[in-house]
Design a protein around this ligand. Structure first.
Ligand code: HEC
Length: 105
């Protein structure tokens, strides 16, 4: 019985660093932006915002507002389910979209 408990503790300890390396990231945001999995329309964000087209101002918005705009495009343009604003997916998306900021685009 004790062995089983140690086994569970060990598995939990090993799983924690793996989970921590997930979290929000630019890579995750880029993947979500480019693959069509967020919706059912066969489109991705990149279909309409190739190379960050029309997103050069997005980084100047408040994150909460930006998340709302992103979800509008998820719902309307991609026919998908809105992302939870506090999810790692949304945080990653916001992070990635901010990389398109700036003039000269
Ligand atoms: C079918 C085309 C289409 C798709 C697909 C699409 N969008 Fe959009 N998106 C638009 C249009 C059109 C606008 C309005 C742009 C404008 O003229 O300001 C817009 C606006 C936005 C804006 C606000 C830009 C601004 O400065 O006001 C953001 C942010 C955005 N989209 C993110 C996304 C994300 C993230 C996805 C993928 C989940 C996505 N869009 C998918 C067409 C699309």
């Amino acid at each position: 019985m004790k062995k089983a408990i140690y086994a569970i503790l060990l598995v939990t300890a090993l799983a924690v660093p793996a989970a921590a390396s997930e979290g929000p990231s630019l890579e995750r945001g880029k993947a979500l932006f480019e693959d069509g999995k967020l919706g059912t329309s066969g489109k991705s964000c990149a279909t309409c915002h190739q190379g960050g087209r029309k997103l050069e101002w997005a980084a100047t918005y408040e994150e909460e507002k930006l998340a709302g705009i992103i979800n509008n495009c998820v719902k309307q343009a991609l026919k998908g389910k809105p992302l939870d604003p506090d999810s790692d997916d949304m945080k990653s998306m916001v992070m990635y979209i901010k990389t398109f900021a700036g003039p000269g685009r």
